[in-house]
Design a protein around this ligand. Sequence first.
Ligand SMILES: [Zn+2]
Length: 87
Amino acid sequence: MFGIPSIGKLLILGLVIAGVYLFFKAAGRREQSRRNGGKKNMGQNTGRTPSQSQENQDDNGSLDMVQCPACKAYIPAKSKCSCGGNG
Ligand SMILES: [Zn+2]
């Protein structure tokens, strides 16, 4: 018979829902702590933090801009200016 569910069944249903909710909540916390720990471990394993200082970029072959003496345009140091005045 489909009547009004008894209070006992409702209580059990509520406990089950609460249990599932708490379970996933705890699982989410574990996942977050896991990710944070992974980041820390990665930083410790490499021993280096990627330096973003621009002082060392000359050794990396990055583009170094210089001013063309002829047309005063800023061009890469290792390339010729389109006006021909720098090479
Ligand atoms: Zn030029």
